[in-house]
Ligand binder design. Sequence first.
Ligand code: SF4
Ligand code: SF4
Ligand code: SF4
Length: 280
Amino acid sequence: MFIAHVNRKGLSLHQKIPFPLDVMGSRLEYLIMKLLGKLTDAEWLYRNDITKNAVNWLANRVVIPLIHGEVVTPEEIERIVRRLEEEGHTIALGLCECRHGEKRMEEGLEEGRDPNYTCVMIGDWGKGHLYNYPHDYRPISADELLEITRFWFDRGRVINAWGCSTLHGFFISYCHCLPQYCVPLRHQLLRGNVVFYPGYNYALIDEELCQGPEDCEFNCSLHCHFGAIAAHQGKAKVDISRCHGCGQCFLHCPTGAARGVRKENYELIYCAKDVVYPEG
Ligand code: SF4
Ligand code: SF4
Ligand code: SF4
């Protein structure tokens, strides 16, 4: 199932797991998302302390150590995708496995683009998806993919890299997620288990420049999926403890009041800092 090992000195990905396991895992991924979606939504499980603790134990001790997401901005993922292409790794775009598993497809097209085709599979994990689902996945160039990423980011989606933190940082995919469809994001927001690790930045808002959510044409408080922005005395205010650095506010704020601030001495696992910020 695990494909790409992130070398701390760069993004040299190398195969560690036999390819047949990639094929099998990618074939079954949608069923895993379906199961996790059912465990997330089953209210009865969370009413009883024993079953609630059992699900939370499963989430925190088994599932999240095996796979978790790291929130990134469009610029950060651009650096990663360019490096992946330079190094010759497979990059495949295809059907969102959460939507696939839960059979909850978005209707219609956005400017000719299908909103359900938002999963990006990397390395042998990508080859596995291309092998299993040749009608739903296709190889894609960095240029086309980055344009698509920006397109969905500008329509409110959170970009995050996925991998397996306990097996030396295997990087397998990145996604453009919305809480209405994304099982892991829904799980985090509903049940409080942290599946999305915050990215390299947090947002700060300059009160002087902020027009205030009520008068702002963008109103970042409506675009923060992590509930980190609220109106305070007529201005937008960020709760840094909730901010995941997704960039929805600071890359769309019409006045420049919201800005992203880099965290000091902070490292993500799949988005190695020397790839994402080669300038230091
Ligand atoms: S994590 Fe996001 S894009 Fe990926 S499969 Fe789930 S909803 Fe789709
Ligand atoms: S988008 Fe900018 S101006 Fe608008 S409410 Fe948010 S911080 Fe204020
Ligand atoms: S405050 Fe801004 S950067 Fe932070 S999570 Fe919310 S939208 Fe993303």
